[in-house]
Design a protein around this ligand. Structure first.
Ligand SMILES: NC(=O)c1ccc[n+]([C@@H]2O[C@H](COP(=O)([O-])OP(=O)(O)OC[C@H]3O[C@@H](n4cnc5c(N)ncnc54)[C@H](OP(=O)(O)O)[C@@H]3O)[C@@H](O)[C@H]2O)c1
Length: 302
């Protein structure tokens, strides 16, 4: 009988997880708060609408003998913690679901556990919550930036987030604003490769608290030059002083949007997106930026 995995949240990254778990023979259950056509129209997965409560999760996990749960919601409010708490409670009560990967997908959370700072009231307390229990095996899967943003929008499932991702690939904007010197380390991994790591994790009997992977370590200066050569573009780089970012973070009148942008700029210039090299999981082959760019020339999603 095929082993069963549940994905909570039917968004962009979840699409790669669906494809990669199916590819290696898993039965896939996708949970969402409402019908999402990309998922709900597929005959090869089971799509369940859920109100994201413990009762709803438990019923679905035990009905389908779910073995592991990957949360893929994207939320930086109290909802993040509440949905994760409900999954943890459901797994604890479940007869079958005993492995849980929360919606982390960050960078170096050993050194930069507090970045991006909009995770301080969501991811950080939930990490502490997980560490205080031992009923459920969990791992915090971290890989840096999703590398997909180097590829045009029609070749990836992720939505365009320029200028949070500072280089525009889709609309012909040449201005690139880089916080810091552009020489700080950044880490990138393709979302599909992260999903492959997720599937590989289920073959590993014991999990470490954190699972770090990284397709490529680079810097913004190197990456922008590489993208310029590949796309025949001439980017105009403006370096934004770190003090300017700090000023926004210290400003009590800063809007939430301005603060969140500054937190991502800090993630860039602090090196927080680069997973610790000495802790990398090495079993899964991950694509480099050059390989992903080449894959972007072919049909389909990279
Ligand atoms: N490191 C990186 O470069 C990077 C980049 C992008 C994302 N991420 C991370 O990857 C994970 C998945 O991101 P994604 O891009 O796939 O996210 P997404 O497509 O924006 O959203 C994923 C799901 O989150 C749920 N969601 C969104 N807003 C919500 C709200 N206000 N209340 C309740 N649920 C909400 C929705 O679930 P329903 O199906 O129930 O509606 C949605 O389908 C997140 O942890 C995100 O932080 C990392």
């Amino acid at each position: 009988m095929a082993r069963t995995v549940a994905l909570v949240g039917a968004g962009d990254v979840a699409k790669y997880f669906v494809e990669e778990f199916l590819r290696v023979g898993y039965k896939v259950i996708v949970l969402s708060r409402a019908a999402r056509p990309w998922f709900s129209d597929r005959p090869d997965i089971i799509f369940c609408v859920s109100d994201y409560t413990t009762a709803s999760f438990l019923e679905i996990f035990d009905t389908y003998t779910v073995e592991a749960v990957f949360c893929l919601i994207h939320d930086n409010s109290f909802l993040y913690t509440s949905v994760h708490e409900s999954i943890l409670s459901a797994c604890t009560a479940s007869k079958t679901a005993k492995r849980f990967v929360p919606s982390e997908y960050d960078g170096n959370i050993d050194v930069h556990w507090d970045k991006p700072r909009f995770h301080l009231h969501t991811h950080v307390p939930f990490r502490e919550r997980l560490a205080r229990q031992d009923a459920i095996k969990y791992t915090l899967l971290c890989h840096g930036w999703f590398m997909d943003y180097v590829v045009p929008a029609d070749k990836i499932y992720l939505k365009d987030i320029y200028p949070v991702w500072p280089v525009d690939i889709n609309n012909g904007f040449d201005d690139v604003v880089i916080p810091g010197s552009g020489e700080e380390a950044i880490g990138l991994t393709a979302a599909r490769d992260v999903a492959r790591v997720g599937a590989q994790l289920l073959e590993v009997p014991e999990w470490t608290e954190k699972t770090y992977v990284c397709g490529e370590y680079t810097t913004w200066n190197v990456l922008i030059a590489q993208l310029g050569r590949f796309y025949g573009r001439r980017f105009n780089i403006v370096y934004k002083p770190v003090s300017g970012v700090q000023k926004v973070m210290d400003d009590p009148a800063a809007t939430e949007t301005a603060l969140n942008f500054a937190y991502m700029e800090e993630w860039n210039f602090s090196g927080a997106s680069a997973p610790p090299k000495e802790q990398l999981l090495s079993e899964v082959r991950l694509r480099s930026v050059a390989e992903l760019l080449e894959d972007g020339k072919r049909g389909g999603v990279v």
